[in-house]
Design a binder for this molecule. Structure first.
Ligand code: ZN
Ligand code: ZN
Ligand code: ZN
Length: 334
């Protein structure tokens, strides 16, 4: 029996139990993938542009009008938004309990006209376009003084997803999400203590060490974090410090697109088309010191439902040590 070890995440200071003794691959029974809408009934397919919310932004062939075919990436308002764009925050208190309106933006980024396409099979140029549009949305939304944070999230193949057409969500909120708040605190504490950026230090150490590396392009590194919360979780991080994804140069976006494609192909081969979530974490909006955040992309294949001890206690148990995950990824990406 292998002795489980606790590993501490250098950013959030959260302890994760590495327990390779448990079943190696998670999720013994993935729920069946829902069928999803066929292309004929899909509002994101070309020719169905009027069935979505209004078009907010698109990369399209010169001369084609909005809300018609001719686009390569398209952003529309979500018809069933979590947040509403109109109105003030109307913060209120009932005794000690605070509340405010769910003001924010919720946009759908339609990533390709092709209904069937998987991200691992997209051309690098198309992935670059997607990243560019996501960047454009984050720059645009930050002009709204009500918003504190913009996040870009892709959920692929999760149970309950109706739309199979490749798409992701851009959400701007009037508060900083907890995961980002936790990271921010970690960045600040580390900077105060060592006068350096914790993620810059992680990037340097991961490059030197090599055991957790998936791969690298000149300007972006992919690795499984030392205290990975989830099996096969990996991050893509720009090698040079940058707090704001919105300000990232086209050269970094190109490297990110290349490495994303390679690593997602690895995910496909290694885990046989698993569901995954991908989230782009960037700094909050407003007053902010650029030293105190370093943007990155977090990918979690087969996001688990938190069951058993994890659910009640919040203690995360990872059965696949990041070193073995990285080794398997490298084989699958070779
Ligand atoms: Zn479609
Ligand atoms: Zn940094
Ligand atoms: Zn993060």
């Amino acid at each position: 029996m292998i002795q489980p070890r606790l590993r501490k995440d250098p950013i959030t200071q959260r302890w994760v139990v590495m327990s390779p003794d448990r079943a190696d691959l998670p999720s013994p029974g993935l729920p069946p993938r829902p069928a999803g809408l066929p292309a004929e009934a899909c509002p994101f397919c070309p020719g169905h542009e009027t069935q979505t919310g209004p078009e907010i932004h698109a990369e399209r062939e010169a001369g084609t009008p909005p809300n018609a075919a001719g686009w390569s990436v398209r952003v529309v308002a979500d018809r069933y938004p979590i947040f509403r764009i109109e109105g003030g925050l109307e913060k209120s208190a009932e005794g000690m309990y605070d509340s405010m309106n769910a003001v924010g933006a919720h946009e759908i980024l339609v990533e390709t006209p092709d209904h069937q396409r998987h991200w691992a099979d997209l051309e690098v140029a198309q992935l670059e376009r997607i990243l560019r549009v996501s960047q454009q949305r984050s720059r645009d939304l930050r002009n709204d003084a009500r918003f504190r944070h913009v996040i870009w999230v892709k959920n692929y193949g999760l149970p309950g997803s109706v739309f199979h057409h490749p798409h992701s969500h851009v959400m701007a909120s009037a508060f900083v999400p907890r995961a980002i708040e936790e990271e921010l605190k970690g960045f600040r504490d580390y900077a105060r203590w060592k006068e350096r950026c914790v993620l810059c230090d992680i990037v340097k150490q991961e490059q030197r060490d090599g055991r957790r590396l998936l791969g690298r392009e000149e300007r972006v590194l992919a690795f499984t974090p030392f205290a990975s919360c989830f099996p096969y979780e990996f991050w893509l991080v720009p090698v040079s410090h940058g707090h704001d994804f919105g300000a990232t140069s086209p050269a970094v976006l190109r490297d990110l697109a290349r490495l994303l494609q390679r690593s997602l192909r690895g995910v496909q081969r290694l885990l046989q088309d698993p569901p995954f979530t991908l989230a782009l974490h960037s700094c909050p909006l407003g007053d902010f010191s650029p030293d105190e955040y370093h943007w990155h992309v977090e990918v979690v294949p087969q996001p688990p439902h938190l069951l058993g001890p994890e659910r009640g206690t919040g203690i995360l148990i990872n059965p696949v040590p990041p070193e073995s995950a990285a080794e398997r990824y490298r084989d699958a990406m070779a």
